[in-house]
Design a protein around this ligand. Structure first.
Ligand SMILES: *Cc1c(COP(=O)(O)O)cnc(C)c1O
Length: 389
């Protein structure tokens, strides 16, 4: 028989249990640091690493396991590990698969902070970091040494938009026993299947299309091979990474509408890209679905869509001061990093300071086409272009 409890203990432990039969379409959100075990034997028998049960909040809850499984399904992989940001997912890949003395190859057009991690690995951890031409294709074979362990790819580089030949890079890497990691954020995992094109590790910034709300930061790393998944789980554990239950829920909530949103972004972005291409102020539109974008043929061969992100290069007769005024004059396009949310965004980039190899003249401005009316966005661009005169 249970002893009568004082009110203080009743405040901590209640005897009430809600009926177990509740069911609804949305996932329940499980908040926990401590996970309770029914007895000592259960505690001793559960292993954090096999994810078949619950041991501690950091090692997974029904909410995070569900999100992991769903991201793995979308990417066509088997295993997924979440990270508190896309960048944390990138660092987790590097720390899982590299040690001092190893060599890593990173495309020259990679997402900027990924490059900064590469420089940090070289500076602080004795890794040799080299940057390669994103359009290198099968030529990557000539850069691989016995020390090369990992090749990063991004399809396409999300500022200058060159589309790499993942298949050719992966074939050369596989022949040499080198792992290929793909940043698949641009395609949301909807328009491109990284594994079917030879990637071993697929990384996503769930911050972008998966969330869709511009209100959560999260990343994911997906694999197919148990040995790779184990290495990632260890890195995740040693780095003490974890994601909050409410954040995981926000991403789960975004999934059912992600493809519809992605297609709406894509349709609007292609119309706006074509409109920009016809403007005399614009020297180049960098959108992989346009025939003169570097790597366009690869996009056509491998991708089923494009999403909402592309860049333009202004005619070199316009100074940075003038194109900054263009950016400042936009009304619906807000100035801010990131993409994949409902609001259109704009960001000018100083490319020559970001790349080892960039000789294209003219100012580069990146556009994230949101979910506003396409006609309103075009009208906004038109009035801002008029300020260049
Ligand atoms: C945003 C982004 C990331 C990083 O995601 P965060 O959650 O912002 O850290 C990585 N890769 C690409 C291509 C991105 O656009």
């Amino acid at each position: 028989m249970k002893a009568k409890k004082s009110i203080q203990t009743t405040l901590v432990h209640s005897d009430y249990k809600a009926p177990a039969s509740f069911d609804a379409y949305p996932m329940a959100v499980h908040h926990a640091s401590t996970v309770l075990f029914p007895n000592v034997a259960a505690m001793r028998s559960r292993k954090w690493a096999d994810k078949s049960g619950y041991t501690y909040g950091l090692h997974g809850t029904p909410t995070t396991f569900t999100l992991e499984a769903r991201i793995a399904e979308i990417e066509g992989g088997r295993y997924c590990v979440l990270a508190p940001s896309g960048l944390a997912a990138i660092s987790m890949v590097d720390l899982a698969f590299l040690k001092s003395g190893d060599d890593i190859l990173i495309p020259d057009n990679i997402y900027g902070p990924n490059r900064e991690v590469g420089d940090w690995l070289a500076r602080a951890f004795g890794v040799s970091t080299r940057y390669y031409d994103p359009l290198i294709g099968a030529g990557i074979a000539a850069l691989i040494t016995p020390h090369t362990k990992l090749i990063w790819t991004e399809a396409p580089g999300s500022v200058t938009m060159e589309m790499p030949d993942i298949k050719a890079i992966a074939r050369a890497a596989n022949d040499a026993g080198v792992l290929v990691a793909l940043d698949n954020t641009w395609s949301a995992g909807l328009a491109f299947n990284g594994f079917e094109h030879g990637a071993d590790i697929v990384m996503q910034a769930l911050t972008k299309y998966h969330s869709g709300g511009s209100d959560v930061l999260m990343g994911a790393v997906v694999t197919r091979e148990p040995a790779l998944s184990r290495r990632l789980d260890l890195a995740y554990r040693h780095m003490g990474l974890g994601v909050g239950a409410d954040d995981a829920y926000l991403v789960l909530r975004g999934l059912p509408t992600m493809k519809l949103r992605f297609e709406a972004h894509d349709l609007s972005a292609r119309r706006i890209a074509a409109w920009m291409q016809a403007r005399p102020e614009i020297a180049k539109v960098l959108h992989p679905a346009l025939p003169d974008c570097p790597g366009h043929a690869i996009w056509q061969r491998d991708f089923t869509g494009a999403g909402g992100l592309f860049s333009v290069i202004f005619d070199p007769r316009y100074s940075e001061q003038q194109t900054d005024r263009f950016v400042d004059s936009l009304d619906l396009f807000k100035i801010g990093y990131s993409w994949g949310g409902a609001s259109s965004l704009v960001m000018p980039y100083r490319i020559d300071s970001m790349r080892s190899n960039w000789s294209e003249p003219g100012q580069l401005v990146r556009l994230n086409i949101g979910l506003e009316s396409t006609d309103d966005l075009i009208a906004d661009l038109e009035q801002a272009l008029a300020t260049l005169k």
